[in-house]
Structures are given as structure tokens and as C-alpha cells.
Design a protein. Sequence first.
Lengths: 934, 513, 109
Amino acid sequence: MTLFLVALTPFFGSIFVACVSRLGRLHAAWMAGVVTFIALSCLFPLMLDTFAGHTLVQRLSWIPRLGLDIAFRLDGLGLLFALLILGIGLLIILYARYYLSERDDMGRFYAYLLLFMGSMLGVALSENIIQLLIFWELTSLSSFLLISYWQHRHESRSGARMALAVTGGGGLALLGGFLLLGDIVGSYDLSVILESGDIIRAHPLYLPMLILVLLGAFTKSAQFPFHFWLPNAMAAPTPVSAYLHSATMVKAGVFLLARLFPALSGTPEWFWLVSMTGLTTLLVAAYIAFFKHDLKGLLAYSTISHLGLITLLFGIGTPLAAVAGVFHIINHAIFKASLFMAAGIIDHETGTRDMRRLSGLWNFLPHTTLLAMVAAASMAGVPLFNGFLSKEMFFAETLHDINLPWGWLLPVAATLAGVFAVAYSLRFIHTVFFNGAPVDLPKTPHEPPRWMKVPVEVLVALCLLVGIFPAFTVEAILVVAATGLLQGPLPEHNLAIWHGFNPALLMSVIALVGGVLVYLSRRHLFAVHERLGERLEFKVLYQDLLEGLFKFAKGATHFLDTRSLQRMLFIFILFILMLGTMGFQYGTASLTGDRMLLPIDGVSLLIALILMIAAIGTVILHHQRLVALILLGTVGLGVALIFIKFSAPDLALTQLSVEVVTVVLMLLALYLLPQRSPSESSLFLRSRDWVVAIAAGGGVTMLVWAILTRPYESIADYFITHSVPGGGGTNVVNVILVDFRGYDTLGEITVLALAGLGIYAMLEHLKLSGSSHDSQNRPWDQDMHPLIMASFARLLLPLALLVSIFILLRGHNLPGGGFIAGLITAVALVMQYLANGTTWTQARLPTNMHVVIGSGLLIALMTGLASWIFDHPFLTSTFGHLDWPVIGEFELASAIAFDLGVYLVVVGATLLILVYLGMVHRQSHWAHVRKRIR
Amino acid sequence: MMSHIVIAPVILPLLFGIVLLLLQKQPLLFQRVLSITSVVAQVVLAVGLLHRVSNGEILVYALGNWSPPFGIVLVADRLAAWMLIITALLSLCALLYAVRGTDAEGSHFHVLFQLQLFGLNGAFLTGDLFNLFVFFEILLLASYSLLLHGGGRLRTKAGLHFVVINLVGSTLFLFAVGTLYGILGTLNMADLAVKVAATPLEQVALVRVAGLLLFAVFALKAALLPLYLWLPAAYAHTTAPVAALFAIMTKVGAYSILRVYTLIFGEQAGPAADLIEAWLLPLALTTLVAGMLGAVASIRLRQQIAYLVMASVGSLLVAFGLNTSVGIAAGLYYLPHSTFAVAAFFLLADSIAKRRGEMNDKFDLGPTMAYQRLFGVLFFIVAVLVAGLPPLSGFVGKFLILQAALTHPALPWILGIVLITSLFALIALARSGSLMFYRAEPPQVSKLTTVTNTPVGLMPVMGELLSIIVLLSLCLILVVWAGPITDFTLATADQLLQPDTYVHAVLGSGAKY
Amino acid sequence: MEALISLIIGVLTTCGIYLTLRGRTFPVVLGLTFLSYAVNLFLLVMGRLTIARPPVITPGMTEYADPLPQALVLTAIVISFAMTAFVIVLSLKAHLELGNDHVDGKHKP
């Protein structure tokens, strides 16, 4: 599992570093170095195997069913990248320790850096592509943190967000691509995927998959037209730029191309998509780079252009081109990292990166100048420097299809790019270090601390060694890496400075000479470029896109959600209508069934008419609220009558008692609400609502009709037959309520209790102030409690209570039951409040309604639980008969206890609601009276 | 002999609710202890139940000892147990946060909280359609009061909308149940499944009407477009713990859709089969888009989270809408993730808002808050979680869903929309995060008042963040043990797609089905 | 008779929906009440129409009305009562906190 150690050490390290940084700023740096070193030393023992040509795979099972394992793979390619990441990482850590100033928080920096290092290693060493994707996105996230390291700067934040959006978005595309790839191959393991190139290329989903994968790769490697994020990411501290934006992260994209090269390449689609993107990027970026005034901007664009070069090489698709690609990856990492560090030193020493102010630094920083010159020469592809070798190979590769029509285009373009590369390298060196004296520098530069230059020196030394003795230095690792890439034998190649006089050499010469010429004629060219202007600035485009997104999102959201109840209800009803009609659209069955229907008799017709008229009247007159309320009561009465008509006495009783309480409630509410509803919705709205309402009503009518005219058989008979023997009650409805479906009732009374509590909670700390006048603006009657009514009510109370008890007890056998009884009691008590006032009644009825409700629920629940004692399920009922002296034979069912619970809850809740509202009233009422007196 | 463990998760919160009501005069501390005890006990029960049913056994509990379909039955299968454990864990975290002061802002908080759980657990366990209605009402009424808990103008307005639209929904529910009874003459879900499968042709249209009306009801609860309009305001304006608890409320709708349309209107339902297939996926995708756009457009954190809730419902129902066992399994993995993640986000948003003084949770330049670093890290983690980025559970969930979609004809749509909306989430969250944390000014610079009434000292802050950390670690568990968990969800999905096992468990193996 | 009852339920639904779509809380409350009337009747008649056969077991009587819908309606009535009460008080609260009784708290003088 050592491979796991290599990949995961940095992650643990980053947490560790974050902790130790509390002890002192430099601890973080040292720790980071140690961590990286540990990772490296875990890697070394494995190298020998890889050099021997073996591929090491280590896995832990994660989601086996989906073929998702935590699996790491070490082959040549992975090894090369691992070495780059760790090696350069080590140098960067050393460099950053001197670069960061006192104010910067080292702990945070190194924690983020290690986080990134780990993610990058994960990308390089993953065997499972989904796992590769996980690390891929982690690099996006950690680079977001690194770029935005200087949070207080605006450009850091926006640059970081841009980088995250572009690379993260690319990662999402990559996810799609990998899903398809995994689907095509039937496995997410690289070893399998690399084997099955032919299947992949032949698959119908090849093209979409390829496009998605390439989107991922191109966004990450800043390929045109996604290149714009990289220059903006230069807001990051320079060590970050040197590490992420030259050596590692931006290489992830080309790494992916290399990794999947055997599986995906070799088709026209691949050739055109990849090579054209690469070519465009190579040219455009090289051109822009030349005109950048910001030191890091120039380097950024040159990086883009070199990445384009590598992409182009992979696009060409020949094995040798791939080898050249790998080679250039190595070389570019080396010289570009050192150039960035040099730029960092300059920035650090002079306080500016603007090339219009920088010049003649040779006199201040001779040593740095020397280093920079070597690296720049390598970037330009000057012989004896490593850049030259890979560039030669590149030029040679562009010549393959020279004989095809348009075949000359590729070499020409390549040479042109070479020209600009030479030009901007020359500009970098000449303008900054020579070219007269500097212009008002923020501070006078002098050589940086010794150790800050060491990393640069190491890399520059490598430039020369590789450049002069390629065979002894880079050959070995290059061969291993290329083998790992191609998953097969290497083509014939020879790393040497001198290949004799050949077209490639010619192209190099042209590039060098042309570059010099271009640089000399720069004044003129700058003028031209000014006119060409920012056409090539894609940043602007991106920001417009983003703005557009925000605008669109705002627009859409506000269009959809206007926070209007009427609107949401309307949509809801419309939706229901739609679904309903969809449902009806089935089969050819007629609406009307074939069931025997009942005849209509006059009385019911009359009642029906009254009811409907009252209903419609309510709607028409709903602006006068009191009238509407009275009509509503009439409708409720009508409903009760219908219940009676269709043999549902219990319902009728319930309906009536509920009606009373509801109306009382509404009256109380009406006292505080305005007396009239102003008519505000326009005629259109009203007619629209009418249409919808009538449509819905019509739908319901049809539904009822369709059902009522059809026969059905239900489970009803069971209840009829088992009511007496099983439930011990003749009133089947009540037996269902307290026994067969007692569980429903338990829920139902909980709802009632909840309503009571909820209303109580709502009303407290609520300052009410009702209008002291009614709709006709007559003052409310201030006479509190009419005497007759008071005495009458007091007389009535015991009677009512007696009745309610009677109804409660008989409920099990005859219409009645806890609920109705409860409501009657409640109404009777409420009457006391109405008639005698709250104080009088409270004095005589000093019970806390919460307790009543609670105990009611408790009784009901306990009745249910009692059956556990007899090892029966919850709510199993039992009953027995016993002879009472006066009353005679009386049946006692456990259900009655349950019904008692119902009774208590109903009484409690109803009183809690009414009385509380009433009491709130009283305050507001008296408030008015006092106002009038004053 | 049936074991009472099936009904215990329902009885327990009710019992504690009643006790809390009777002891309402007792000091708050006492109530808190009781309340937490109850929820912890529910977690234990849920684990026990999950263990019992994980072998595929379906426990049936006939209330009042009345044999189904005549009495009401509770049915505990894998799905029910899964929902119960999620609810229990979520409510524990919400409660742990609430006892830090929210519960004192109004009366009866703990009673309402317990009864809310009573409603939720009942809804998940019941095997009777009308009883499902009753428990919907319980959890709704409880949620109304919890939503309004603490008061405030915007809260009241949002509450009013929430209540009214849900009342219409309840009425619709009754219409639908009534229709089913009027045609099929039964209420027990298993029995309904049998009856629907055997519906004579001239009745099918009516059955379909009922089924679609039910869908409208559940879609309203699940906040599916176009019925989501109540959600953003309601979630954005209530107290943090309640919002966190409500993370499960939309899932109740999703649960009901899953239950009813696999059991009653599943493959076997003949002409009434796959009623909503044509509707669910498109609506879910549009919901996802609308939700993400809302998140992008938001100018306040809570509002943004509310829209993210909606988006998560979208993704969840996309998974269910695939109507395959892998799809449903993916959804069942995504469900707890989205629930916990969103809940954590709501709680975190509250802690952040408290520390930003008058800036509250606006996306704008505010003062640096105490423990800026700590909150920054937490925000980053939660954002990664919610945006579905690697390596957290959000990514796994998204991966599972997309993987399940690979075989679906609408793959291009699903892939495109899910990936693009994820990008939206990325952009939106990066923006809100950098606006709230990066642009912060140190207090001495900032003219804005920083807050005072927040705990100082690492321990109290940790206490405040406890529930968030617990929720995050739950998400972590989802990742680390993704293997066994996905196996479980797949088994659950298979169980759902073979309703005959359910039916036979309820009606006895003799049932003609 | 069936036609008549279907018509009644339809009319009640229509009125209910129209009122619920109004802009002020009071008509909305009325509308919800109407809807509950409608649905209660609806539930009852789902057991088909039976006259003078209340489901109370009495010797010599064989045919009864379907008791189950009645039980359901009873539950429904109670629940809708609770809900109505809640809405009424909530609309009061809204009126007092938002300063007017518009469902969206918009102030339209």
C-alpha cells in the first residue's frame, strides 16, 4: 500500500501543517518540506520496478458493485508526473518560504499547497478514472484557494472564481465523458480502458464521449477558447503560479490526453479536434504573449502557447509525436517554473511587474539575470538548451503530412509560433535586464537572499544538462514515461543536438532569425496591436456570459415566483385540472355507468336549491362579510340536512355542532377584521377565476356522477357484521371511529390538540385592536352581558352538560359519541363566557385547558397501550356487560374510555381556542371603551 | 406474534409530546432533557427496526388486531425503516441546535416538535391511504406552528401562504382517496394494489384520475415545479432548526410518490400502470433547473439554501423518475445526503448570520466575524457538499444518479441538465462564499456593527456547531461506507419494485395478486 | 337524486375555489370552508346514496348505508374544523402584523 502513502501523505500533511503553523510561521514551511520529502522517499523504492517496465496497481474496494475502487497505478507516465510534482514542489516550498512576507499567513499557504500537491498526485497516480476525476476536481478546488490566497485583492477573488468556474465546469464535462467511457468499456479501470481502444473507437457514443473528455482536458490546460482563466489566475502569489500554472496543474489536461492516448487517439475526430485546438492555442497565445506588459502575463500566455504545442503534438497522433509531447512537458516544466520564480524575484525586489517600468536590472541583479537568460533561451528554443531539443522534434513532426494539400500549413504555423516564442523570450530578457535604466521603481532592487535563488539555480542547471547531454540525463525517464504512455514499444528516436541539416533545423533557424527581427520592429508592431485591440480578450466575453446568467436567473426567478398566494393557488388548481382531464382521457368507457338510480323527491330538491342559492349568494355577497357569514351558516345547515337525508345521523349532529363553533369563531374574527372586503381584482381576473372554478366544479360533478352511477362492492359488510360481536357497539360508525379505525381518531384528536396549541402560541404576544364600529359605522354595543341571557345561560349549563354526558355514553350504540358530546359541552361553556364574561366564568372554571387536552390525549393513548398488557396489538379493544341498578344493563367497552379521551381533547381544544380569542378581544374591546371615555 | 417495535417509533413521540404538554409549567431545561431523550430513543428504535427489516422481511402490525384490509395496518419495510432513521438523526441534530435558545422564543416548541415527529413517523409507517392523509394533517399542522414559531411579519406571511395552499392540497387528497374508495371500495394500500390490478376496463379512467390527483397532492408536498412556490419564502423565513427539520418535509412528498406509484400504480397495475412516468422526469428536471436558477439569483444565504432544497428535490425525483431499480436506489442514497447537507447548511447560515450584525445573511460586504477562519472552512465544506463536488457524498449521489441514467432514453437531457445545474451551483456558491467571507472588513475598519449575543470562547462555539459537525460526519459516513449503503438502497429499490412481497406480507400469501 | 347531489357538490366546489382565489383573507377562509363542505359530501356519497338506513345495528334490518365513508367524513370534519380555526386565527394575526388583510400583505388603500 506504499502507493497510497505517496498519494495521501500530502493530505494528512496539510492538516498537520495547518496545526503546527500556530507555533510559528516558519514551522509550516519546514513541515511542508518534510512531508514532501516523505512522499518522495515512499516513491523511490517503487521506481526501480517501474524502470524495469512493470506497472504497479494497488487497490482498496469501495463500491464494488459499481466497479468503484480506490485504486492507484504507477507506470512510467504516472512516475514522471509524480516526480515533477514532488520535485518541483520541494523547490517551490523552499522558494515560497522567502517569497512570502511577514504579513502573509504561512500556515494557510502551505496547507493549501500540500492539499493541491496531494490532489495532483492523485490525478497522476489514479487507476480508476472516477477516482481520477475526484482528484481532478480537488485540484480545481485547491487552486481556487491558492489563487484567492490574497483575499483582500479584488483580482485575486475574481481570478480564483473564474478559474474555478472554468476548470470546475470542465471537470463536470469530464465526469459526463468518463461515465460514457465507463459505460462503453464496462469498467472504470485504466488498465482495462487502455486495452480496449478499438471497442471505444468503434462505439456510437465515441464522439460525444470524446468531446466531453476533451472539454475537461482543454479547460484545465487553458486551451483556446478557454485559455483566458490562466492569465487572470496570475493574481496568485508567484510561487503558486510557478507551481500550478507552469509545472503541474495546467499539465493535468495534457496529462489526460497522454493518459488516454492509446484508448482515444487514432481517429480523424481526435486528429482534427485536438490538433486544431492545439494549433490555434499555440499561435494565438504566442502572439498575445509578445504584447503583454505584465511580466507574469507574458509568461502566462507563453505557457498557454506551449501547452498548445504539446496538445498539437498529441493531436498529430504519431507515436513519435507523443514522445515529443512528453519530452516537451518535462522541458517546459523545468524552464517555465524557473522563469516564474525569476519573475517573482524581480517583482519581490522591485515591487512591480510592469515591463514598461522595468529595465536595466542587469546592474542590480546580475546573478538573477544570468539565470533568467538561460531559462529564457531554453524557452525560445536556442540550441544547447533543453527547449531546443523538444522543439526540434516538434518541428520534425509537423512535416509528416507535408505532401497533402494544405499540408504545408502546419509547419508554417509552427514556425510562425516559433518566431513569436523567440520574440517574447527576447523581449523578456532585453527589456527587463538591459535597455537603459529603470523608470521610477517603487524600491531599489538588490539580489534576493541566497536560498531564494537555489531553486532557480537547480532548474537552470537542469536546463543546461538536459540540453547538452540529453542521452545521459533525460533519456531514461523519457523512455519509461513514453512507454507508459503508449502502452507499447517505443518508436525509433534519438535525442541529440545535431541531426544534420534537415527541414526542422531550417525551421529553427527561421524562428530564431525571425524572432529577432520581430523584436527589433516591436515599436511598429505594438502600434498595430493597439488597433487590433482587445479583440482577443476572452475574459470580457466570459464576464458578459456570467452577467447574462445572473440576469437571466434573476428574471426567471422573479417571473416564476411572485410571492403571490392567489397566483400559486391558481397555478395549483390549473395543474389539478390538467392532470384530471389527462386521467379522464383513457379508454372508451362512457361517463355514465349502469347502476340503479334513486328518484328525486320535492323536499330534497327544495333543500338542494336553497343550499345552492345560499352558496352562490355567499360568493356574490362576500364583500359584506356578515351577510356572507350568515349565508355560509345556511349552507352548513343544508349540508347537515343532506347528511340526515342519506342516513348519516352522526354526521348531521357533528356538522351542526361544528357549524355553531365555526360561526362563533368567525364572528369573533370578524370583529377584528375589516367589515368589508374591497373588490380589487380586475374584471379579467374575476372572470378568469370564474372559468377555472366552474371548470373544476364541473369536473367534480362529472367525477361524482361517474362514480355514483357505477356499482361497487366495498369492505363495508365486514364492519356491519363485526360491529356488535367484535366491537361491542351497534352504532357502526362510532365503532369504526373508536375501534376499527381508532388509530385515525387518535391522529384526528392530535390534530385538534395541535390546532389548539398552535393558536395559543400564535395569539400570545399579539396586540389586538379591533375596530370599535361595524360596517355601517355604528359603534358596537358596549353593554357587556345582557342579564336575561346571563341567567338563562347559567340555567342551561347543567342541562347541556347532562345531555353531553348522555350522548357520550350512548355514542357507542346510538348516534353520538365523544366528539359531538365534547362540542356540546364546549358550546355550553362558551355560552357562559359570552353571557357572563370571562372573569366570572374563569372564577368558576379554573381549569388549565392545556392539561385537559393533555390528559384527554393521554387517556386515549393509554387505552390503546393497555392492550399491550394482554399482549395484543395497540388499540385492541375489549368490552363487557354489567348490570347497573337504576340504568339497567349497561355495556362497558374499553372503547368508551378512548371516547372519553376524545371528549376531553375536543372540550379542551375548543375552549382553548374560543376563550383565548375571546379574552384577547376583551382587552381590545375595553381599550376602545376607555378611548371613548377619554 | 407481531412485535411492537413497528409502532414504537410512532407512539414514543406522541407519548413524550403529551408528557411535555402536561408538564409545560416545568422549567425549560427539564423539557429539553425530555425532548432530547425522546429523540435519542427514536434513533435507537429506528436502528433496531432497520436491523430487523434489513434482511428483506416486511413487518406488518395490524392495529386493534383487525385483520387487513379492514383495520389499519402499519408496514415496516426497508424503505420505511430508511426514512425513519433519516428522520430520527436529522431531528436529533435540529433539536440539539434548537435547545440553544430557539425553543424559548415561543411556547410549546418541544410539544410541537415531538408531535411533528409523530406525524412524520406515522406517515412513513402506515399502510393505509386514509391514515396517510391523517398523518399528513398531523405533520402539516405541527409544521404550521413550528414555522410560525417565534413570530415576525415575513414569517407570518409565508406561513399564511404555506397553510392555505396546503389546506387546498389536503382537500384534494380527500377527493382522491374518496374516488379510490368509491370505485375500489377499500383503503388499505396493499388491497388497493390488488384491486387496481384487477380494475375492469370501464373503471380504469376513474382510477387514473384518482392516481393523478394523488400525484398533484404529493407533488405539492415535494415542492415540484410548478407547485414549489410556497417553499422559498417558507424555508427562508423560519427559524434555523425548523428549516433544518423541514429538510425532511419535502422528502415526505417524494416518499409518498415512491410508495404509491411503485405499490399501487406499479408495473402490475395493468392499464393504470406507470401513471406518472410521463410527468415525473420532465417536471423533476425543470424543478432542478428552476431551483438552481433561484440559487444563482438569490441575494441572501437563507433564500439561496431554500432554492437549493428545491433543486435537491429535483435531483431526487429525477432519480425516482428513472423508474428503474438502480435509479430508485441512487435516489435513496441521495435522499439522506441532501437532507443532512441542506440541514447543516441552514444551521450554519444561522450561525453566520448571527455574527454578521446588521448585514445578517446578505451577500455583501460585512464585518469580519468572530472565528472567521472556522466558519470559512465549514462554509467551504458544506458548499462542496451541496454543490455535489468531490469527494463528498454529494458527488457520490450525483454519480449514482447519472450512472443510473445511462440506460435511459432521455440520457442526453438528464446528463446535460444535471451537469449544467451543477456548474450553476458551483458559480452561485463560489460567489456567495467569496462575498461573505473574503470581502469582509475587520471590525475597526467596518462601519457596520458586529454582533454581541453570540458565544465567545472555542468551547461554546463548538457547542453551537455540534449539530452541524454531526450532520457533516453523517455525510462522511455516507461516503466511506458507500459500498454497503448502496447495496442496501439497491435491495430497497428491488423490494419496492416487487410489490407482491408487500401485498402478500399484508394480505397473507393467499391474496390473489 | 345522484345527478342532484353531483350538482350540489360541483356548485360547492366552484364557490369554494372562486372564493379561495380572492385577495383577502376572509373570503379565502369562507372558500376553504366551502371546499370542506364539498369534500365531506363527496366522501359520504362515495358509499353511494342510501336513504333511511343509518348504520346502527337494529334487529330485523339487513341493509345499511356504508358506514366507512361516514367514519371518514367524521374524521375529515374534525380535521377541517381544526384547520379552519387555525386559518382564522392566523389570518387575524396576519391582519394585525401586516397592517391589512390582503393575503400577500400588500397595502392597497
